[in-house]
Design a protein around this ligand. Sequence first.
Ligand code: SAH
Ligand code: SF4
Length: 357
Amino acid sequence: MGVNLLGLDHDALAGCLAGLGEKPFRARQVMRWMHQLGESEFARMTDLAKPLRARLGEVAEIVAPRLVSDTTAPDGTRKWLLDVGSSAVETVFIPESSRGTLCISSQAGCSLDCRFCATGKQGFNRNLTTAEIVGQLWHARRALGASRADRVISNVVMMGMGEPLLNFDNVLPALRLMLDDNAYGLSRRRVTVSTSGIVPMIDRLRDTCPVALAVSLHAPNDRLRDELMPINRKYPLRELLAACARYLECAPRDSITFEYVMLAGVNDAPSHARELLALVSDVSCKVNLIPFNPFPGAGDQRSSDDAIRRFAERLQAAGIVTTIRKTRGGEIDAACGQLAGRVADRTRRTLRIARAA
Ligand code: SAH
Ligand code: SF4
């Protein structure tokens, strides 16, 4: 097995080709074949000299994770399940009138065990390689039709399975490929990393590849956040908000998005809204309220539509741009926090069997 070129950013690929005595522009050619045309056979890369095609066939390969399933919900949301060997990860495409958002995974499972998250409940399996992260875009682009793909996938959000900033070394080259004009050609504003708040890594992202940042806040004080998100004990709110302020110095957007999952009777009272306003008062931000998506075994319930609307109005009245996330793809378990790959699928099957018995 040769080196998998799907996981190499421009400089790494140019280095690899230099080792074969090739000029740097060859890297751009190969990238366009792979990422824009979805080609995985060197033999078909017709603008490369035949000896180079043959040589690449000997020392390299282009391999994306195997596709296990491809499901489309009635609202058009599409979910792919990809086999990454020891487990499966999910990628979701959400079409809207003005944009198409691809939600990709960064890890198989997640070690951070947030109370409200199906991926967290599944535990941590392993970090995805760069090729497995980029492979999700590669599959989606091919599946959605290569000719129209530059219009179809307009945004990428790292909001699937896993904590992207705990897999930084593999995520970074993947981000570079998303931004590269010879690969996926997205602007920094249209690529979003979502994090539970790994403070030192927020700084590292700022210094190496600042893209749009979303931070999963979910609670307005440390006591409650400790309960919902164990990572808060390591990086408490004060440190997290300071990191957000530092990030804004280099961010491609002039605000950070705070995600806030709405859990009935847990974090949705007027007092929580007031506390949240005080907490974020020094950081230029938008708030995205996410109605909790239940999954089998979840102990929490979704806040009522009324509670969510009132919470949003309180923030809006204080001048914070606040949106309520539309839940999409629930019928195919593709909504936020429902992604759990094969392991939870098994749990669900077991539950169904137990219920039927
Ligand atoms: N690990 C990263 C990115 C993946 S999760 C993070 O935590 O930010 C993407 C978003 O979905 C996060 O804001 C997460 O808190 C939210 N989420 C997780 N479980 C959810 C659920 N059951 N319902 C609604 N949103 C959920
Ligand atoms: Fe991991 Fe994010 Fe889920 Fe928390 S919400 S368990 S950090 S994937």
